[in-house]
Ligand binder design. Sequence first.
Ligand SMILES: CCCCCCCC/C=C\CCCCCCCCCCCC(=O)SCCNC(=O)CCNC(=O)[C@H](O)C(C)(C)COP(=O)(O)OP(=O)(O)OC[C@H]1O[C@@H](n2cnc3c(N)ncnc32)[C@H](O)[C@@H]1OP(=O)(O)O
Ligand SMILES: Cc1cc2nc3c(=O)[nH]c(=O)nc-3n(C[C@H](O)[C@H](O)[C@H](O)COP(=O)(O)OP(=O)(O)OC[C@H]3O[C@@H](n4cnc5c(N)ncnc54)[C@H](O)[C@@H]3O)c2cc1C
Length: 673
Amino acid sequence: MGNLNKEIRDGDHPDITEERLKSTFDTHKMAAQIYNSQRAADRRNEITSAVLKIPELQDIKPLPFLSREEKVEEAARKIGILSEHLYDLVNVNDGAELYHLNNVVIGGEGNPLALHGVMFIPVLQAQATDEQKKKWLYRAMKREIIGTYAQTEMGHGSNLRKLETTATYDKATEEFVLNSPTTTSMKWWPGNLGKSTNYAVVVATLIINEKDYGPHSFMVQLRDENTHKPLPNIEVGDIGPKMAYNATDNGFLKLNHLRIPRTNMLMKHVKVEKDGTYIKPPHAKMSYSAMVHVRAHMNNTMAYFLASSLTIAVRYSSIRRQGHINPKEPEVKVLEYQTQQHRLFPHIARAYAFSFAGAETVRLYEKVKKDMESGETELMADLHALTSGLKSVVTYLTMQGIEQARQSCGGHGYSMASYISEIYGIAIGGCTYEGENMVMLLQLARYLMKAAKAVKEGKKVEGLVGYLSAPDNRHSLIDRTPEKSYDTYLKTFEHIARQQIFRAFDKLEKMLTSGLPHSEAWNKCSVELTRASRLHTRLFIAQAFARRVHDVVDFHIKEALDDLLHLHLNYELLDVASYALEDGHLCGEQMNFIRSELYRSLGKIRPNAVSYVDAWELSDMELRSVLGRRDGHVYENLYKWAQNSSLNRTDVLPVFEKYLKPLMMSARKNSKL
Ligand SMILES: CCCCCCCC/C=C\CCCCCCCCCCCC(=O)SCCNC(=O)CCNC(=O)[C@H](O)C(C)(C)COP(=O)(O)OP(=O)(O)OC[C@H]1O[C@@H](n2cnc3c(N)ncnc32)[C@H](O)[C@@H]1OP(=O)(O)O
Ligand SMILES: Cc1cc2nc3c(=O)[nH]c(=O)nc-3n(C[C@H](O)[C@H](O)[C@H](O)COP(=O)(O)OP(=O)(O)OC[C@H]3O[C@@H](n4cnc5c(N)ncnc54)[C@H](O)[C@@H]3O)c2cc1C
């Protein structure tokens, strides 16, 4: 039998090999859990190997040394080369394969086709009629045209009902007139809008006979297909540098009474007839499908970002030696410190949890998408609630985890050589895009309040909120169950979420009864409401983790996942324990029990720590991190990496003659006086 950890190679740093030899599970079999099938895990590695054989697809130099313009150019150059090899490298109908290809070759900072693939094509698939698909979708899929999704404006992103861009129907010419009447009405932020795309699905407020019908989607050609020059009545450009995503040209767009044919409104579900008659869609929010598409996939992209930074931090912690635990012995790997383990291991567990919750979410999304094609909309509210909560909680916890990973690498974590700060910048965009986190937590809260009302009225609720009408224990039985039975943990999470949901509900009801208008009462309860949404979502994540562990057949994989789940449940419970202490559901003694289980878990995870992150099978090419190198040879490569700095091209910079020398000369002269 070969090594269980598949990353072991001759010549690697002995400290990292020592870690890998301790693995109790086959890391490639674990990858099958993370990527949902052995085939998917195999394909990732096959794609990486194939890419490594194409020299033009390698980074020209480490990305942090490129200027913004060079980053934009480098991403476009690679997209061009990828286009030639695409059909040999991936199954183009498999989103996971495309995403992996993107991560290996280009990385997370963006590329000209990102929004084209992530939103433009999905919105056409979901909202275009067959005729419209013939006109745009098939061309888009062949990349004859490149598009984006232009919704957010300078003045409005969250509140779509107040978008200022108007699409006014002109019955006489059977056209819509698209207009940006104010500075704040300019589209602002859409990815790749600035310079790369020649088409956009523009979301504008539909006006017919002076009546406002709310946001609708329109296809707009932005640029000439040959010259790429902006078309008349269109002003378009880049919004400038951002915290990250700097290979992406997020853009602005001003439409000056631009006329487009009536048939450019996406009309699969909703229609404006020639005479201006408006025909409603089966569900008012069907036009929000592209956003739900991205939200449903965000758990997995966040899990990926979190796992990337943890791979870097855990590998580095296994070769970084500093300080002593036993003064008579050599300096220890920093991974031996309990504080380091506590800082990193719970986030490893979260990355796995997000991936498992993500798989369930994508399954529900696929079902709803299929239902919607035939006009069936029953599950849309469930999906919207679930994805709203998850996108908010998962992005926020990912942000925390990545920052802990960075700090756990000490000074070198702060260097771009770690690449963690770039991953952080990219990932935290997710707290904002696709619905600002608080706004989306409040969307979930609407759903939870409806369920709470039903329960109060004596009705039974089911599905995601079924636990609200299930029997509850007054006191948690957490310390009175056999090992590896997680039922009592999950029941405790249920209790906490239920209590908070009803606390928020009661507060809201009390305010409404006192005569406060609903929107004011809602605002005054909104912190409590967002807490309810978070607890409900964290319960779902824990349940999804437990469901996956329950389903695993392979003994060693199950045992290893079980250890992570145990850590997850204890860590997360401690994080939210104050809610259960408040009403005596948990007592001080049980808190001690949870704490000691947590510490025991850290010890159990420790020997497998490197293998848990190796199981994500993130190649050096995609990690782009000196600290996270698979072979553990960090120090010599850190020195090599620094040689890329343009400041090192000469021993003496011109600034010396220009500024520093005069400064020192004058100081010396003065001190002689
Ligand atoms: C050749 C080479 C190939 C190489 C391969 C390359 C491939 C590239 C691959 C990978 C690259 C990856 C790159 C990733 C890039 C990152 C992408 C970033 C994308 C970011 C894009 C955006 O941000 S787009 C803009 C997003 N904007 C938002 O999300 C706005 C948020 N606001 C809203 O969504 C809405 O305003 C609101 C939901 C908050 C409120 O809406 P509204 O005012 O209309 O409703 P109400 O609050 O009144 O609610 C009424 C009622 O409706 C229900 N509801 C709302 N939404 C939905 C819904 N979607 N579905 C179902 N129901 C919904 C709501 O719950 C209410 O129900 P009630 O019953 O009345 O309570
Ligand atoms: C990296 C990145 C990529 C993006 N890509 C695209 C794209 O491709 N296409 C596109 O159309 N857009 C894109 N966006 C825009 C993005 O979708 C919006 O910025 C986002 O939806 C948030 O909206 P906002 O900017 O209006 O925030 P605001 O709503 O102005 O948020 C500001 C504050 O107000 C609070 N707030 C607002 N409303 C409420 C409320 N009702 N209740 C309580 N609090 C509230 C928020 O919680 C937040 O704290 C992108 C943004 C980023 C950062």
